[in-house]
Design a protein around this ligand. Structure first.
Ligand SMILES: *Cc1c(COP(=O)(O)O)cnc(C)c1O
Length: 366
């Protein structure tokens, strides 16, 4: 048999199929692997305070419709999002998680010979989708942990088709303010699509934090990406969406599979959007626990990057690979910074008080 790799794009051979490392394992698997009864999984930026009770109820009532196909656009979720963002249905594209929206954008706009600018360190999916499309990732190092917008602009060439901006940025937790983002977007040439990933949008309380929807009226190729996996606590159901100018979303929609988002996810996401009180409570609890962690990190002498998300990039001043293994042995799973080329850092999800206490005890024992 001919090796199938010989039939693929050269660039695709550089992409390794996803393989779960320790930080990617689900809780049950971690318990088994680590031989522990309890594990604090703080490596995924999930919402440990849980899903909206209203979303759970909505799923139950949807159970008798599982045998039929549904219309993703007519689920009621899209209508709700349009009202929320004051946009037209043609401006919203639902995806099987934010990841699929990122991938649809890459599929629509990137091909061999194109360049996509990816500020570092950041969320891995941008690079994966770029490589799968055969385009070339162009990396830009951070400035003080923040996206270096000047650096990004200096890398734009006629081949640049996309710029991936994560705001707030995962894993550093930094954000670009309204003024910074606006100045940046104004300077981006018209032949470039800017994707602004706002997976942690709902966690941000700073009034200087801009929504990508504020920039719609600039008349540029700018789109925002949101998810129900983080503050809404629906990661397992895979619902995200893109929002942007009609023409941009239309081009992207060409790549969409007809029934790309599952029915239970759509129903739950809609109910969760209606449960404003629950989301507010999660945000407040996260904020409180984040402050708690900041204080302990400071008292332990660890420097951290103040975060606008539900995770903290903290410098533990020692090898993160070894530290993450040692923490895991004690039942605390975090994302080691060496994966992002920050070898002495950890990215830790803000957990419940119990999880945070386990993390702190683990850090003290390092
Ligand atoms: C978690 C995360 C996502 C993934 O969202 P899904 O909707 O679960 O695919 C996307 N972008 C960033 C920056 C994230 O941290």
């Amino acid at each position: 048999m001919q090796h199938p790799d010989a039939l693929t794009k050269l660039t695709l051979r550089e992409v390794e199929p996803f393989k779960a490392g320790l930080a990617d394992m689900v809780e049950e698997k971690l318990k088994e692997h680590l031989e522990l009864d309890q594990v604090a999984k703080m490596s995924f930026n999930e919402n440990p305070f849980g899903t909206s009770p209203k979303a759970r109820e909505a799923i139950k009532t949807a159970l008798d419709k599982l045998h039929v196909y549904h219309d993703v656009d007519e689920s009621g979720l899209k209508e709700k999002l349009c009202r929320l963002h004051e946009v037209k249905p043609e401006q919203v594209l639902l995806g099987n998680g934010a990841d699929e929206v990122v991938h649809m954008a890459a599929t629509a706009f990137l091909k061999e010979g194109d360049e996509a600018i990816i500020p570092q360190p950041t969320y891995l999916q941008y690079e994966v989708s770029t490589l799968v499309m055969g385009a070339s990732p162009v990396y830009v190092p951070p400035r003080e942990y923040k996206v270096d917008t000047e650096g990004v602009l200096s890398k734009v060439t006629p081949q640049t088709k996309m710029i991936f901006m994560c705001n707030p940025n995962n894993p550093t937790g930094t954000m670009l303010s309204r003024d910074e983002m606006k100045a940046f977007l104004e300077a981006v040439p018209d032949h470039v699509v800017v994707l602004i990933d706002e997976a942690y949008f709902e966690y941000v309380t700073d009034p200087d934090y801009p929504s990508s929807t504020e920039f719609l009226e600039m008349g540029k190729l700018i789109m925002g990406v949101r998810t129900f996996s983080k503050i809404h606590g629906l990661a397992a159901l895979r619902v995200g969406y893109g929002i942007g100018p009609k023409a941009l979303m239309h081009t992207m929609a060409r790549t969409r599979m007809q029934v790309n988002v599952n029915y239970l996810g759509l129903v739950a996401a809609k109910a969760s959007l209606e449960d404003v009180d629950h989301i507010k409570k999660v945000r407040e609890q996260t904020e409180e626990e984040k402050k708690f962690l900041y204080e302990v990190f400071s008292s332990l002498g660890f420097e951290y990057v103040p975060s606008y998300g539900n995770f903290i990039f903290v410098d533990i001043d020692t090898d993160s690979e070894a530290a993450a293994l040692q923490l895991a042995a004690g039942g605390v799973v975090v994302r080691p910074g060496y994966l992002f080329d920050f070898p002495s850092f950890l990215r830790v999800t803000v957990g419940t008080r119990e999880q945070n206490t386990s993390l702190i005890n683990g850090l003290k024992n390092l």
